[in-house]
Design a protein around this ligand. Structure first.
Ligand code: F6P
Length: 321
């Protein structure tokens, strides 16, 4: 086991970017501690507020957002931040070189049941011609991400990180406080017999999703000639971590539950960073018909359908759309 963080040795990551990732990780370590305190730390339950997405904010959503926001705004290299919990861009240093988008606490419905939750983040170069409070800063495709990752607060706290090469996995050493490299090249098998979708939405799905999932459910007596198993964590970080660990396909397709919100997951701080991690591990990531990493966000909180995971299975699923 080699110690890469805090040095990120072997990576051609420039020092300022490395320092920025370390700032994010310092915030995540603090969140991990608060999460581990559970009811003893007064972090469970809801606030009386709603975020920009119209979702009720949990106490931990607010705490995690405040922690990351204040740490990032004290970094002189950060020009702008965007967060799931902030309506608009938060300006940082006027001449900062990087912009950061994050979901401070993904999988909020798992907070109160001691289930898997996490923080998702992505870093881009700031566009020097644009002001720090200009949301156009974030109109960049996922291919331009300089670093993307998540920290999963589970039985162990794990970091999945991609800075342009292979996706790597680190485990938090709680005794010494560092993230230690535990997998230097995460690799997703191309084929899988495990899928992940919220089946409770099935009556709202559009035909391509209905047909694809029906094939999987028929198992060995259907056209796929094999039995598929299903897992649903209700936290994207947990489901994607399983896919990165042993393969699988994760879907959150469009549906007709709410005409104003045909898709659920957010492009900038959920789908894009996860797509970089998945592609860096040999998998694929689509918003039904286009590669997620090729989409330029038209707004900070834009939602996209998501199909990602084992490459052959994703290719098959996408052929339905
Ligand atoms: O972004 C929100 C999120 O909690 C994801 O982490 C997760 O994949 C999804 O929503 C869960 O959705 P549902 O409530 O439909 O299970």
């Amino acid at each position: 086991m080699k110690r890469l963080i805090p040095t990120l040795k072997g990576d051609k990551v420039e020092l300022e970017l490395l320092m920025l990732v370390r700032t994010i990780l310092a915030g995540c370590k603090e969140i991990a501690f608060r999460v581990s305190q559970g009811a003893l730390g007064d972090v469970l339950g809801s606030t009386l507020d709603e975020n920009i997405q119209g979702e009720q904010q949990k106490k931990l959503d607010v705490i995690a957002n405040q922690l990351l926001k204040s740490m990032l705004l004290s970094d002189e290299n950060v020009r702008s931040i965007a967060s799931e919990e902030e309506d608009s861009v938060v300006p940082g240093a006027a001449d900062g070189r990087f912009i950061v988008a994050f979901d401070p606490l993904d999988g909020s419905s798992n907070i109160d049941i001691n289930g898997q939750i996490g923080t998702i983040f992505t870093v881009f170069a700031a566009r020097p011609e644009l002001a720090a409070d200009d949301p156009e800063q974030f109109k960049q495709t996922g291919r331009k991400q300089l670093a993307a990752g998540y920290v999963l607060y589970g039985p162990s706290t794990m970091l999945m990180l991609n800075t342009g090469g292979a996706t790597r996995c680190f485990t938090l050493d709680r005794t010494h406080g560092g993230f230690l490299l535990t997998n230097e090249a995460v690799s997703i098998p191309k084929q899988t017999a495990e899928f992940s979708i919220n089946m409770a939405n099935s009556r709202f799905w559009f035909e391509p999703t209905t047909k694809y999932i029906a094939e999987l459910l028929q198992g060995e007596v259907g056209p796929r000639n094999k039995r598929f198993n299903m897992r649903w964590n209700a936290a994207m970080v947990g489901d994607i971590h399983r896919v990165l660990s042993r393969g699988g396909i994760f879907l959150y397709p469009k549906d007709n539950r709410d005409a104003d919100k045909p898709a659920k997951l957010r492009l900038l701080y959920e789908a894009m960073p996860m797509a970089m991690l998945i592609e860096g591990a040999g998998g694929s990531a689509y918003a039904e018909s286009s590669a997620i990493l090729d989409i330029e966000p038209d707004s900070l909180h834009q939602r996209v359908p998501v199909i990602m995971g084992s490459a052959d299975e994703v290719a098959h699923a996408v052929s339905f759309y």
